[in-house]
Design a protein around this ligand. Structure first.
Ligand code: CA
Length: 418
């Protein structure tokens, strides 16, 4: 596959995240109601308007008038394929649709982005082995780093859909109950070890009842986004036993505004690594279910330039989203259209490929020096975190855009809470 040519000139570049090969789905507004849009080069194609005008017709439609993609997801893979096929033809160089579509292009610079879907429920996994070993070593020592179940189960916890926000949303440093290791008693205070987690999010586009296979799970996935699981390490260290993270992970979960579809990522499929312990049969993958997606994390201190603090790849995961989704259904747990699955933090084997400050600064023992000369163990107020990702093809990229958010100071702790 090479760069596909579009009549939208800005899409015909090796550098754009959004060539005709990609066509990710988002929700935007320009002062009025929310609309569904498709990114093409530096533009957004307003497909809500195209459907309303009768230029685009989908089976069992209208499906694009609510300003999110849930109705399209519910309609199923036949409609997903039909829509993508129509868009790739209509936006291709030489298309007879150019005159009909051109009036419905909006500059991305003039659009406000919103959550692309109504998130039904949110589950976060823990599928990066390097991350699990690093964190386990810090929390429990090298001898007990990897939990006994880790090589057999895609571990996860049920998060909160209400925590999910779109890229660009500021994040207020949480207050919470925390206890210093040498303190006798806990206290209620702002988190002093506020952190990011670099993850991918898989969006479930079809419902299930009862257990599904890994292949069926893969078929249910609509697409992927970048995801930052903001994490308060001091709250987490005190609260996490025995039921796992709770308030440490409930402040915010940022996702990138564009859903890159499974179809766009198809050329970049890759296999999970060699199994260190054989998986039970139900978790065995029938084919490659991970993706080769380059990822990076930028940290911008207030008023300073950005430093890239980590570079890694989604291919580092031990479990794919399809395996996670399959495992999620083993109990009979029903999955819904709009469920969001976090991959778990994506850390590579080297020090500069770690996807959290906890790992990058080794629990604060080895602070990072940024390009600006500032030092960081965890996030400071005013810091902006930006995740970026792209699958790299031959002369083109299938990009995710950015997932960004700025840390605002904690709210004052009221007298009655101290
Ligand atoms: Ca996480």
């Amino acid at each position: 596959m090479t760069l596909l040519q579009s009549w939208v000139e800005s899409a015909n570049s090796a550098d754009t995240d959004f060539p005709l090969n990609n066509l990710p789905y988002g929700a935007f507004s320009t002062g009025g109601p929310r609309r569904c849009g498709v990114a093409i080069g530096a533009q957004i194609l307003d497909v809500t308007a195209l459907e309303a005008a009768g230029i685009l017709t989908l089976e069992n439609g209208p499906l694009l008038q609510a300003g999110d993609w849930n109705a399209v997801m519910s309609a199923g893979p036949t409609v997903w394929d039909a829509l993508r096929g129509w868009l790739q033809t209509a936006l291709a160089a030489g298309s007879g649709q150019q005159a009909n579509l051109a009036p419905h292009l909006v500059d991305q610079a003039n659009a406000q982005m919103h959550l692309p879907i109504t998130v039904a429920e949110y589950t976060d996994f823990y599928a990066g082995k390097n991350h699990a070993v690093n964190v386990g070593t810090m929390f429990r020592g090298a001898e007990n780093a990897l939990p006994a179940n880790w090589l057999s189960i895609p571990i996860g916890y049920n998060g909160r859909a209400s925590s999910v926000v779109v890229s660009g949303t500021d994040v207020v440093r949480p207050n919470g109950q925390l206890k210093a290791p040498d303190a006798e008693l806990p206290r209620f205070a702002p988190s002093a070890r506020f952190d990011l987690e670099l993850e991918m999010g898989a969006i479930v586009g079809q419902p299930s009842e009862g257990m599904v296979s890994v292949q069926e799970a893969d078929d249910m996935i609509f697409g992927y986004v970048l995801l930052n699981d903001w994490s308060a390490r001091d709250i987490q260290a005190w609260e996490y036993q025995p039921l796992g993270p709770f308030q440490a992970k409930a402040t915010a979960t940022s996702i990138s505004p564009w859903i890159v579809t499974k179809a766009a990522l198809e050329p970049f499929r890759t296999s999970t690594p060699e199994r260190e312990r054989p998986l039970l049969a139900y978790l065995t993958e029938p084919g490659p279910m991970l993706y080769d997606i380059d990822l990076e994390v930028g940290l911008t201190p207030s008023g300073k330039g950005e430093s890239i603090i980590a570079r890694t790849n989604y291919n580092q995961m031990y479990y794919s989203a399809a395996q996670q989704l399959c495992h999620h259904t083993t109990s009979g747990c029903a999955m819904r259209v709009g469920d969001l699955l976090g991959s778990g933090t994506i850390s590579g084997p080297s020090k500069d490929s770690r996807g959290s400050m906890l790992e990058l600064s080794w629990g604060g023992k080895e602070p990072l020096t940024l390009d600006s000369g500032d030092s960081r163990s965890f996030l400071e107020d005013g810091d902006r975190l930006t995740l970026r990702g792209a699958a790299l093809g031959d002369g083109y990229r299938v990009g995710f855009g950015e997932c960004t958010g700025k840390v605002l100071p904690a709210k004052p702790v009221p007298d009655w809470a101290q």
